[in-house]
Ligand binder design. Structure first.
Ligand SMILES: [Zn+2]
Length: 123
């Protein structure tokens, strides 16, 4: 079973009829909390500590479809792939010891950027 968490830069709150809500009741913080739990699960599946270093590899980023990579801590994954100044929506997928993400934004009109996350083993 794949666990999915969505994080968006804009409000995604729904009212009881499933329409966009007039007021935000903290969906961004809720999403970050859900993502935190997903990452803890993923670290657990990998027998990795919460201080683990993660290699982030991206494809299809920005207008030019860039590829690239970065290293971060397990608790700064979102900060590493979220965008400044433009709206975005990111979905994280955890399947046992596997973690991937897709990002949609105005800077990525051809589809979505794709990210894979690999825990760096201690030497
Ligand atoms: Zn909201």
């Amino acid at each position: 079973m794949i666990n999915t968490v969505e994080v968006a830069s804009h409000c995604v709150c729904m009212d009881y009829d499933g329409n966009p809500a007039d007021d935000c009741w903290g969906c961004y913080d809720d999403s970050k909390e859900n993502l935190h739990h997903l990452i803890i699960n993923w670290l657990g599946e990998n027998d990795a500590p919460s201080s683990a270093t993660v290699l982030v590899q991206g494809k299809g980023m920005n207008w030019t479809g860039d590829t690239g990579y970065a290293k971060c801590d397990a608790n700064t994954i979102l900060d590493t792939i979220r965008l400044e100044r433009v709206d975005y929506r990111i979905e994280f997928y955890q399947d046992r010891d596997n973690l991937t993400a897709r990002r949609w934004s105005h800077d990525e009109p051809m589809g979505s950027a794709r990210f894979t996350f690999t825990i760096q083993k201690e030497n």
